[in-house]
Design a protein around this ligand. Structure first.
Ligand code: AMP
Ligand code: MG
Length: 413
């Protein structure tokens, strides 16, 4: 262990806070311009502003008749229809007293008119229309510039692009957007028992699934995954691969962080002048998780790393609860808060106190009646169980019994 660092096992929320604090000190790297649709899941490196007023004209929100509200203060009222306005067209004439224009949703309301009455409340009689309901001034009309003024900032730098943000960018004419380059995340699985997915495992060997689950999680978070070769539990080879891994924006290791004789990850990291922010968290699964930063001999600055426990479910859970804030920051976004859903527990859950637990569970029900139930699992190696789960039930550290029917917290996946 590096001399300047005390190993420390933190409560879950404290460990989370430490990661968020470090994340806030990070700046995203270079930027690139990508076609609009390719920006999905990426983070804006520029602000996007309205190129004109939105809407650019007073827009009708209903099919009906544009008119002067004063003309229909008492109803029924008969008005002369002087024209028709479809979406994408406009009407040159103004509406004056006693007149109306037939209008469609999305069309510009002609000058002189201040409201639209819905077609349902009218009866057309040749060149006239009988209006059966009054409308207030402004009804069924969105005024020019009421959604945004020309030049107004609509998406600020650091916004993660989803479908709604892509719609905004498309609406203001951005066929290309400037985003932060995806951070490159090195993934290094350790363990003498591991073989590649393509290999035929011997009777004592297992396939390396963690590099794949992590790569999938990394890519889903908008970053680029770089899978390194499997590291054996051998300090020399491990050192070489950790050195290679630290060349990335972030290094994720799995396995080798427990107390076993061949758990060498912390020891080898310490050779890279590592600073450990924590060396465990009071959680289950995932208790031995390690977070810190370390520096390669040649590097001007340290890179962050996580040593995630090797048990596949632990690896997945610790990524979701600890790695994400750092990845958000490396992507150029403000670290997202960890938010839990609330659901009604279907059957009671008994645990021991002391650890915050994240147990594979399944949501059911619908609308306001979300229910949750644990999936049967054989402990934190049980990948099949987690593939049947769609969330983690969060058990607070001071609870030994969660009763059937009570509202509980759930971390969705
Ligand atoms: P460790 O954290 O190294 O003690 O590993 C704990 C358990 O997780 C052991 O049963 C390992 O075989 C298993 N394991 C470790 N690394 C991986 C991996 N990359 N893929 C799948 N299982 C793993
Ligand atoms: Mg191991």
């Amino acid at each position: 262990m590096a001399a300047h660092t005390q190993p420390s096992v933190l409560a879950f929320t404290d460990a989370r806070r430490v990661v968020e604090e470090q994340a806030r000190t990070l700046r995203a790297g270079q930027t690139e311009s990508v076609p609009l649709l390719r920006s999905r899941g990426r983070v804006l490196a520029e602000g996007i502003s309205a190129d004109r007023d939105f809407p650019p004209f007073p827009r009708a929100t209903r099919d009906g008749y544009a008119l002067r509200s004063a003309d229909v203060a008492s109803v029924p009222a008969t008005l002369k229809v002087i024209g028709e306005v479809r979406a994408g067209t406009s009407m040159a004439e103004s509406i004056t007293g006693g007149e109306a224009a037939e209008i469609m949703t999305g069309a510009p309301v002609p000058t002189g008119a201040d409201a639209v009455v819905m077609v349902e409340y009218t009866v057309r009689q040749g060149a006239s229309v009988e209006v059966q309901r009054s409308v207030a001034a402004g009804e069924n009309v969105v005024p020019t510039g009421s959604e945004a003024r020309a030049g107004q900032l609509l998406l600020c730098q650091g916004t993660r692009m989803g479908f709604a943000q892509i719609a905004v960018a498309a609406g203001v004419g951005y066929a290309q957007v400037k985003v932060h380059k995806a951070p490159r995340v090195g993934i290094l699985s350790t363990g003498d028992e591991l073989v590649d997915v393509e290999a035929d495992p011997g009777p004592q060997q297992i396939r390396n699934s963690n590099s794949y689950s992590l790569a999938a999680q990394v890519e889903a978070a908008g970053a680029e995954a770089v899978r390194l070769p499997i590291a054996p539990d051998d300090p020399v080879v491990l050192r070489r691969l950790i050195e290679e891994g630290l060349a990335h924006d972030l290094l994720l290791l799995t396995g080798g962080v427990s107390m076993g004789k061949y758990d060498l990850v912390e020891q080898v990291l310490a050779e890279f002048d590592a600073e450990f922010f924590f060396t465990g968290a009071q959680i289950q699964p995932g208790r031995p998780v390690v977070f810190g930063r370390a520096r390669r001999d040649s590097a001007p600055q340290a890179s962050y790393f996580f040593g995630l426990p090797g048990n596949p479910v632990s690896t997945m859970v610790t990524f979701e609860i600890f790695v994400r804030p750092l990845l958000d920051a490396l992507c150029g976004a403000a670290p997202a808060k960890l938010q839990f859903l609330r659901a009604r527990l279907k059957s009671e859950v008994r645990t021991k106190t002391g650890l915050t637990r994240f147990l594979p569970a399944r949501l059911s029900g619908e609308f306001d009646h979300t229910e949750v139930e644990l999936v049967r699992w054989q402990g934190s190696g049980d990948v099949a169980a987690i593939a049947r789960a769609d969330c983690f039930l969060v058990v607070p550290p001071d609870r030994e019994l969660l009763s059937a029917g009570e509202m509980v917290s759930v971390l969705p996946r």
